[in-house]
Design a protein around this ligand. Structure first.
Ligand SMILES: Nc1ncnc2c1ncn2[C@@H]1O[C@H](COP(=O)(O)OP(=O)(O)OP(=O)(O)O)[C@@H](O)[C@H]1O
Ligand SMILES: [Mg+2]
Length: 392
């Protein structure tokens, strides 16, 4: 059975840690930095043959009131960073600040932070109400204040009617909501969430995404959310940090990350991208003309300086490839080798010389697009502005 609770420790240290913060969070200025790490390095088992550098010279600032997501593949260092912010893991070098204070060597209970892990244990012998009240009781809050806060939290997570139930009589999603209420009750300044939705099925996960997002808006608490699911990250976040192999790859809004990937890794990891090898034929100011084997030359706007003959990668989203049967419309010819019906779109897998490309069209000939079958020869064009030049 999947257990969903706040903390692995019998007395959640994150809950007790609210001493400074509980009940007295002034609304911070939106440009206030909630937490930041500077030149952060984390080496596990340093000085032994098993030494592993999990975070490499990592610099990141998260603003107050943000829903901020750490996104990256398994093993890239997301949980390590979250545990360092929470005080559960010592850093090897660098500095970690929370609302301006250097907390690098402070224990979890001295930080205005609470954490929701993927696997935690709600106290099974306690009701939902008692679970939510627990952290406030540890803080020695007056009875009347505890009761008021618990009612507010129950309402916030839509669990009022379950207040007297025990955790093992509830679904995973309901327990997860109680866990969130328990973590939010002492009003931490910062809430760290490590893949809190990964144990839930897809439908529930989608529902909880919306709920988490509105909880964050309603409470104004800064959320640092960890996921390896890019769709989840794009759907929920104000800003996203993409991490690969212990290094920060890119930070930006979901739109920035999707539309303006700055590396092959980000273009490939976020959504789907066609990555095509090309060479710079001409470069002037902010425009490049590029040679792609088997295609006509293409133009692209570029932000970086390029040299004549320089190899680059081009990233083009599948929905921005335009296929047509007509002569003279394309930048190159391709053969359809697979067509996949996706409900709201049709995806075509294509071969153009050595290039394997994917195109996606809205279903039903929307925008006048035609349908194709495996074996068809098609002309490929790239929508204006769709080509992003990445240094190879
Ligand atoms: N206690 C530890 N001792 C040694 N190595 C560790 C320890 N914890 C994590 N690592 C290693 O550090 C790297 C980063 O691990 P981390 O748990 O931060 O990854 P993650 O991004 O959270 O991955 P996942 O998505 O799988 O949870 C991995 O290579 C992992 O094997
Ligand atoms: Mg992890």
């Amino acid at each position: 059975m999947q257990r969903a609770v706040i903390h692995p420790h019998p007395i959640p240290p994150g809950s007790i840690s609210q001493t400074m913060a509980a009940g007295q969070n002034p609304v911070p200025h939106p440009h206030t930095v909630a937490t930041e790490v500077r030149n952060l390095c984390k080496i596990y088992n340093a000085g032994t043959s098993r030494a592993h550098e999990a975070l490499k010279d990592f610099n990141l600032a998260i603003r107050a009131n943000e829903f901020f997501t750490l996104l990256g593949p398994s093993g890239c260092g997301k949980t390590t960073l979250l545990r360092i912010l929470g005080g559960f893991e010592p850093l090897t070098s660098g500095i970690c600040r929370i609302f301006g204070d250097d907390v690098s060597v402070l224990p979890p209970e001295a930080r205005p932070v609470n954490t929701v892990f993927q696997q935690y244990a709600l106290f099974p012998h306690m009701t939902v109400r008692s679970n939510i009240a627990f952290g406030l009781e540890m803080l020695g809050k007056p009875r009347a204040e505890i009761e008021r806060t618990v009612e507010k939290m129950l309402d916030l997570v839509h669990m009022t009617e379950y207040a007297d139930r025990k955790p093992d009589t509830m679904s995973g999603g309901q327990r997860q909501r109680v866990a969130l209420a328990r973590a939010l009750a002492p009003q931490p300044k910062l809430l760290l969430l490590d893949e809190p939705l990964s144990a839930l099925d897809l439908k529930l996960r989608q529902k909880m995404r919306l709920e988490l997002k509105s909880l964050q808006r309603e409470t104004g608490i800064t959320f640092v959310f960890v996921t390896h699911d890019q769709e989840e990250a794009l759907a929920m976040s104000d800003r996203v940090a993409v991490i690969s192999n212990g290094c920060l790859q890119q930070v930006g809004t979901p739109e920035d990350i999707y539309e303006q990937p700055q590396s092959r890794f980000v273009a490939d990891f976020i959504g789907e991208s066609n990555l095509i090898d090309a060479r710079v034929a001409r470069f002037s100011g902010c425009e490049a003309i590029l040679d792609i084997a088997g295609f006509d030359q293409v133009h692209a706007d570029v932000a970086q300086d390029l040299a004549h003959g320089q190899p680059v990668s081009l990233s083009i989203r599948p929905e921005r490839l335009v296929l047509s049967a007509g002569e003279g419309e394309g930048r190159g010819l391709a053969t359809v080798f697979d067509r996949t019906y996706l409900g709201n779109a049709v995806e075509y897998h294509l071969r153009a010389g050595d290039h394997a490309l994917t195109a996606r069209s809205p279903r039903g000939g929307l925008r006048g697009r035609q349908d194709f079958a495996p074996g068809d020869t098609v002309h490929i064009a790239f929508e204006p502005g769709s080509i992003k030049v990445l240094l190879s």
